[in-house]
Design a protein around this ligand. Sequence first.
Ligand code: UDP
Length: 329
Amino acid sequence: MKVLVTGGAGYIGSHVVKLLGKLGHEILVYDNLSTGNRWAVKYGKLVVGDLADKKLLRSVFEEFKPDAVMHFAAYIVVPESVKKPLKYWRNNVANTLNLLEVMREFGTDLFIFSSSAAVYGIPESVPVDEEAPLKPINPYGETKATVERLLSDLARSGSGFRYVSLRYFNVAGADPEGEIGFAYPNPTHLIIRAVKTAKGEYEKLYIYGTDYPTPDGTCIRDYIHVWDLARAHADALSYLTRGGESEVFNCGYGRGYSVREVVDAVKRITGVDFPVEEAPRREGDPPALVAKAQKIKEVLGWEPRYDSLETIIKSAWDWERKFSQNQRL
Ligand code: UDP
């Protein structure tokens, strides 16, 4: 398959590109390198471009003629989205519209979308399944829910367009072969932040909110290994290629860990007892997000292989140490 991957130089996109390359697909990465890295693109060609640039996008479609598009290029930081909603709506929604319009112009029908558990907001029950209403509580989640609604309209328009929307829970870890991993300055995500603190890059780790209605008062999340998530994309592509109908899937393991549990695990695995400080809640954080993870296994045949918090943290730690030795950033 010829697959156009937007955001393929970023953290999740680069893992998917590597996996698709290994599976023999032909890849073209379209990335503005705002948070991605050229060296992270392990297969195929990289076009440095922005999704706002419809002219360039058209020329890429004209030349590459993709069979399918995987769309990772988006902003992803919840607290930033609260402060800068226009930035998020512009990139995550308006630029996605550009991409979909160009896909329609060139008759590219298959689309895989990086959605998020943030579309659920504060779910009525946890674990949450795909039927739960979309009720985001922050601008980031709003942009993802909006694109999902748009995709659903487009798939019902009789145009032949089909999509899979993958609702990522909390993605962490790195390439098991150690070639790529998280590589973006000033990360905000818990596991990467914690391993960087263990490494001494930050003085201490803040725990944002200890008064949530959870057993230990900190937020609960479902952490998924990035390589298992990459497999979900490859499985979604096979599914659409086989003629599968448009679908939405949770991508998580179906069990949650609190922030405190993650912090304790990072300390244990790294052997570093780094300083931790309790801080007020962060804006936009739901108390608990855990996936009901059956549907993706049943429909796509997805089989997780790294379903262990320990494995995830170990792989993030291994990458972090290797990465800082190479000092690529
Ligand atoms: N968190 C924290 N300290 C940090 C980073 C994150 O306490 O330095 C908490 C955050 O408030 C949330 C959970 O960890 O409750 C997961 O946040 P993350 O940013 O990793 O992912 P999100 O769920 O926001 O996508």
